[in-house]
Design a protein around this ligand. Structure first.
Ligand code: HEC
Ligand code: HEC
Length: 190
């Protein structure tokens, strides 16, 4: 019962958070999260919806968590998919037709397109590597207080790229801070 309640609540929170973002610069207070929101009645998850493409799950969920399309804007996904042969030190090359299909899926559901609403994730600064979710402004702001001992030096996590290690509902688009559990450290408290 309690679990169900929390699940419903976090869907509402994610829906609210996701639909307010792209244009909000400072969201750290997340004003209104705890209260009602005009968006929470839409019922759906705005923005960070789960992966709905089976092929994406298979092709992009084998080496790591299948990152939700709403975690990067369309142009960044384009860069990721155009550099699969040099994929953060790995080779993730796909057949061109498969690549095109997956790119179309990512773009249609990207952070700035959002068939399900926009999200707070904007393009990270350009670098030598393809773009990283973990280098977007929103990501770094949200995680800057999590100590290295709980991430890189934590054998059960290893890297921030490993979303679902700390966000058990990540595959459903639930990144609610109240649901964070850091392996070996327990529920997260500010
Ligand atoms: C052969 C293994 C492999 C496959 C297949 C693969 N990746 Fe990756 N991916 C990696 C590695 C390794 C990293 C770097 C992880 C790290 O730094 O901890 C990575 C990182 C990423 C990141 C950056 C995560 C961050 O740190 O913000 C994105 C985005 C990404 N992959 C998307 C994809 C997509 C989309 C596909 C499918 C087309 C895919 N990956 C398939 C190995 C793979
Ligand atoms: C080491 C554990 C850890 C990993 C790995 C991690 N996170 Fe988090 N995340 C946290 C913690 C802790 C918070 C809450 C931070 C706070 O509120 O101060 C958080 C907060 C968030 C939030 C904001 C949620 C809210 O309610 O405001 C989002 C979105 C998020 N994470 C996405 C991601 C994504 C996407 C990934 C993978 C690319 C990821 N996280 C990887 C620990 C982690």
């Amino acid at each position: 019962m309690k679990k169900l309640h929390i699940a419903a609540l976090s869907v509402a929170l994610v829906a609210f958070g996701a639909s307010t973002v792209a244009w909000s610069d400072d969201d750290d207070d997340d004003g209104g999260r705890k209260g009602k929101s005009e968006h929470s009645e839409r019922g759906g998850r705005a923005g960070l919806g789960p992966v709905t493409n089976e092929r994406y799950l298979t092709e992009c969920g084998g080496c790591h968590f299948a990152y939700l399309p709403g975690l990067l804007p369309a142009a960044s996904w384009g860069q990721v998919m155009d550099t699969l042969d040099k994929h953060y030190g790995d080779d993730a090359t796909l057949e061109p037709a498969v690549k095109d299909e997956l790119l179309a899926y990512l773009e249609a559901n990207a952070a700035d397109r959002g068939a399900k609403g926009k999200t707070r994730f904007t393009a990270p600064p350009a670098g030598k590597e393809p773009p990283r979710i973990t280098q977007t402004a929103y990501f770094t702001r949200k995680h800057d207080e999590v100590p290295v001992s709980q991430v890189k030096d934590n054998p059960k996590v290893g890297s921030f790229s490993n979303c679902q290690a700390c966000h058990p509902g990540a595959d459903k688009g639930n990144f609610n801070e109240d649901a964070v559990v850091i392996p070996g450290f327990g529920a997260y408290k500010d």
